[in-house]
Design a protein around this ligand. Structure first.
Ligand SMILES: C[S@@+](CC[C@H](N)C(=O)[O-])C[C@H]1O[C@@H](n2cnc3c(N)ncnc32)[C@H](O)[C@@H]1O
Length: 341
């Protein structure tokens, strides 16, 4: 039915701000809360579905509370209801319960985003971010930081399939540096695809601690080398075949990015590649609409979406001769900028 609402919005005959604000806030909170409480996991264990009473008992909800939550989730298409029993719909099965696609931590992260955006008014006045979300150099990450790193891993799984189709590095490549690589998911995928490759992940202490926790559980069959460091000041050494900068440039200002690009250029082998993935503006109108909203979030947390042309100029100023901009597929608005040293 969403397309009917879309048409009614276009015709301007429904109260659009109410649909966009009140309804979306409640829908978002319902999803976040069901995810946090584990409602989808509980329903996933019962093929025949659960009644309101059964679900209420399993989660220590009041019956009234369980009913309004379940009905709201039916209303927005996430659950199905038949003969008084509630079951997960296909969005839940794919995007919450399938480990390959799960956005569990992403939804947990949105609970922090929701609170953080309370400070938007102050942030717009002062022009300064509400918090330094990226200061993660404490060796024990806070629950929020750990959620963030695990959420970025889920986002990586959305980006990786399209990214790997567009990346152009030779099969003979042996050394990959993944700057700000956190959870290590990009490096793992590269090592699996390029059998001669060894990968080093460089990040602040907090995300590296989370990456170690992930490896403690899942092992490290790809032999990733985790390094604690600061990419704004550390020496990257030399002789890298490829350097990854995924979702990094939006964190830094122009001067920091120029300096980072120059040091990446010096660290790469001649002909090596800098692989920069981010939400670059000016590639398509549809993407730009999404980025306009994303940029407001970046502004609140500290960061910005850059124009692809500006990135080209900065990369040229850093000494990269050939630069290619490659938009990724439909699942993500991100694009790859590959610069050849
Ligand atoms: C938006 S996340 C991207 C993580 C990963 N590349 C991805 O795309 O999933 C930014 C990462 O950059 C790391 N980071 C921020 N500032 C850094 C710095 N100065 N040196 C190294 N890593 C940094 C953060 O700790 C975080 O893991």
């Amino acid at each position: 039915m969403d397309f009917v609402i879309d048409i009614l919005k276009k015709l301007n005959v429904v109260p659009v701000p109410l649909l966009d604000a009140q309804a979306q806030v409640v829908k978002a909170r319902a999803l976040m809360e069901a995810n946090r409480a584990g409602v989808f996991v509980t329903l996933g264990k019962h093929e025949a579905g659960l009644t309101v009473s059964e679900l209420a008992k399993a989660h220590d909800f009041s019956e009234e509370g369980a009913k309004v939550l379940l009905d709201a989730l039916v209303g927005v298409g996430y659950l199905k209801k038949k003969d008084g029993r509630y079951r997960n719909g296909r969005w839940v099965k794919k995007w919450f319960l399938d480990p390959k696609h799960s956005l569990h931590y992403m939804l947990r992260l949105q609970m922090y985003t929701y609170h953080r955006l309370e400070g938007l008014g102050e942030n717009l006045k002062s022009g300064r971010p509400a918090m330094d979300f990226h200061a993660m150099d404490a060796s024990h990450p806070t629950p929020q930081q750990e959620t963030y790193t695990r959420a970025m891993r889920e986002a990586a799984r959305l980006i990786i399939p399209d990214l790997m189709k567009r990346v152009d590095i030779p099969k003979s490549a042996t050394r990959l540096l993944d700057i700000g690589g956190a959870h290590g998911e990009y490096s793992r995928t590269f090592v699996r695809k390029f059998p001669n490759l060894k990968a080093t992940v460089l990040d602040l202490a907090g995300p590296v601690a989370t990456a170690k926790e992930i490896m403690d559980v899942e092992g490290n069959p790809e032999g990733l080398d985790l390094q604690i460091g600061n990419c704004l000041s550390d020496d990257f050494g030399t002789g890298w075949d490829a350097i990854l900068l995924v979702n990094m440039v939006h964190l830094f200002d122009v001067a920091q990015n120029l300096d980072l690009f120059k040091r990446c250029k010096s660290a790469l082998k001649p002909g090596g590649s800098l692989l920069c993935v981010d939400q670059f503006v000016g590639i398509s109108g549809q993407r730009d609409k999404i980025f306009a909203l994303v940029s407001l979030n970046f502004f609140n947390v500290g960061g910005k979406s850059y124009e692809a042309v500006q990135m080209r100029e900065l990369l040229a100023a850093a000494g990269f001769g050939r630069v290619e901009v490659k938009p990724l597929g439909l699942r993500t608005p991100a694009s790859l900028i590959q610069a050849y040293a």
